[in-house]
Design a protein around this ligand. Structure first.
Ligand code: MG
Length: 114
């Protein structure tokens, strides 16, 4: 997994470098772009019923969601690259925090925020 992430991060960096876009890839701009792409993802689901939100009835909505999820993650990869955050370590640390914040015996079947 770590090498897949490295490979993707290298590809996204090379894409930006080839276009001389590093100048635009400040952490602020990348965070804003990530949030904008998350908004594009959200827009696909806006007003759908819970059942419709499974996207089983709309191939075009499914493809749009697939594409916007990729956009979100591309910006997450780029932002962590620019900030020199180890994405695998960051996710593992966060999952550990979540595990202690939501112990199974308290959180099982219960979506309450703690
Ligand atoms: Mg997009």
């Amino acid at each position: 997994l770590s090498s897949d992430i490295d490979r993707l991060q290298d590809a996204v960096r090379a894409f930006a470098e080839a276009r001389d876009w590093e100048q635009f890839h400040t952490p602020k701009n990348l965070a804003m772009a990530l949030a904008a792409e998350a908004g594009e993802l959200l827009e696909i689901f806006q007003w759908l019923t819970p059942e419709e939100s499974r996207l089983e009835a709309s191939e075009s909505a499914f493809e749009s969601a697939r594409s916007e999820i990729a956009d979100v993650l591309i910006y997450a990869l780029r932002l962590t690259d620019v900030l020199q955050i180890d994405l695998v370590e960051a996710i593992e640390a966060k999952m550990q925090m979540n595990a202690s914040r939501y112990p199974v015996q308290l959180a099982k079947g219960n979506a309450a925020k703690r």
